[in-house]
Design a protein around this ligand. Structure first.
Ligand SMILES: Nc1nc2c(ncn2[C@@H]2O[C@H](COP(=O)(O)OP(=O)(O)O)[C@@H](O)[C@H]2O)c(=O)[nH]1
Ligand SMILES: [Mg+2]
Length: 225
């Protein structure tokens, strides 16, 4: 699927919480953040951690390829019919923030094809620190940064770091090697985010995704209530 940039970006698409039959649709969670911070690795780990208890599907956004989807397929984190790729063309943030039509179509196709679903994860194409998801596409968003990108990223702020429903600081295992101060990152994140949660993860560790999986479970409980 390819994004048509000629769409009218001002056209708001409602994120209707109900399916046509009146039942509640899947919770949609977006994962954004810089290239290489660990978004695909987080999606893979979440699928492994939650697939026994939840019905899950994934939408990936790559600029020109289907690589993230192919990684998830190769690693068999979900059956192939539960993974859809959107090719976004030159601007990955457009596809999740302005013209969300291709992503909405992917999400709805998945619900139709393999639903009912509990959870749909939407991974954005890697971007800079400013990309956020439209509230018309996802119900909650996770922003993934990593310690190797520099321990001053939380201090620098930006909409992802400041407003995401969950900030993930990934690759804590690399902190000693790159001289990142996790305490400083935690204090800066707190200053930017107030009470909004922050999870420190290392996906190389056994069950390293647990803080994120637990947050997803809490979101889902609130969504279904
Ligand atoms: N050491 C370490 N490497 C990680 C961790 N999480 C992801 N990676 C690696 O970082 C690279 C980029 O991860 P990926 O999930 O593709 O990043 P994305 O571009 O944000 O989707 C891959 O080689 C991953 O294996 C982590 O917690 N620790
Ligand atoms: Mg990725």
């Amino acid at each position: 699927m390819h994004l048509d940039h000629s769409h009218d970006s001002a056209m708001a698409v409602s994120a209707d919480a109900a399916r046509p039959d009146g039942t509640k649709r899947a919770l949609r969670i977006g994962l954004g953040g810089p290239v290489g911070s660990g978004k695909t690795a987080t999606v893979a780990a979440l699928c492994r951690a939650l697939r026994e208890e939840l019905s899950i599907a994934v939408v990936t956004n790559d600029i020109y390829t289907r690589e993230d989807a192919e990684f998830l397929l190769r690693n068999a984190v979900l059956p192939p019919e539960r993974i859809q790729a959107v090719e976004t063309g030159a601007c990955p943030h457009t596809a999740i923030r302005d013209d969300i039509s291709a992503n909405l179509e992917a999400v709805e196709d998945l619900e139709d094809a393999v639903g009912p679903l509990d959870l749909i994860l939407v991974e954005s194409g890697g971007d800079n620190l400013t990309a956020t998801f439209s509230k018309g596409l996802v119900d909650a968003q996770v922003f993934v940064i990593d310690v190797a990108g520099g321990d001053d990223i939380p201090r620098k702020g930006g909409p992802g770091v400041t407003t995401a429903d969950l900030l993930v600081v990934n690759k804590t295992d690399l902190a000693p090697y790159v001289g990142s101060d996790l305490g400083r990152m935690a204090r800066d994140a707190k200053a930017q985010r107030g009470e909004l949660p922050v999870a420190f993860t290392s996906l190389t560790a056994e069950n390293g995704v647990k803080p994120v999986a637990d947050w997803v479970r809490t979101q889902l409980a609130a969504w279904s209530a």
